[in-house]
Design a protein around this ligand. Structure first.
Ligand SMILES: [Zn+2]
Ligand SMILES: [Zn+2]
Length: 173
């Protein structure tokens, strides 16, 4: 679905894409960096907030808290399109207002989707496939620290970058 949406965005701004491939690559890279910030900020400041409003609390449980309660349940690891699509639409609208062109907003959005899909793959593998080494081992140690030792740290799943910058990085030795 997201690759199709990305193609649709590129098709809608095809006149701007012509001869602007380097700009497009830079925008996509910027979008991936933006995703890494969103991954950290949403996890730290939104998904772990409780809410006194039952409807909001139910959404937070569906989005993330239910995953903490049952981390190996495959139905609770991936983000459902009913949440990710409206969030994508809002973000695209915000990026369009900020940049003023569909080409720039679309390029950034494609980068965000790439980062998001990478996050979904990594998160799914961390919970359901054992025996990681290298990068996946590093990601797993950080994410399992967040799950099983202290949910107030290690909010980045794909990268510890913003945990390191903002002082919430811990490591399992
Ligand atoms: Zn998890
Ligand atoms: Zn969490």
């Amino acid at each position: 679905m997201y690759p199709l949406l990305a193609c649709l965005l590129l098709w809608c701004s095809s006149a701007s894409v012509q001869g602007n491939w380097i700009s497009l690559l830079l925008l996509i890279s910027g979008g991936m960096l933006l995703w890494s910030i969103l991954e950290y900020v949403l996890h730290r400041f939104v998904f772990h907030l409780g809410s006194p409003i039952p409807f909001v609390q139910k959404i937070l449980e569906r989005l993330h808290l239910g995953h903490h309660a049952d981390p190996r349940n495959p139905d609770r690891i991936l983000v459902r399109p009913v949440y990710s699509l409206p969030l994508s639409a809002m973000l695209l609208g915000g990026l369009y207002s900020f940049t003023g062109t569909l080409f720039s907003a679309g390029g950034l959005m494609i980068g965000v989707w790439l980062g998001f899909l990478y996050y979904e793959i990594v998160h799914y593998r961390l919970h359901l496939i054992k025996g990681h080494r290298g990068l996946l081992g590093l990601q797993r140690r950080g994410h399992f620290y967040h799950h099983f030792l202290d949910s107030h740290c290690c909010f980045g799943v794909t990268s510890p970058l913003w945990d390191l910058v903002l002082g919430t990085y811990r490591r399992l030795d």
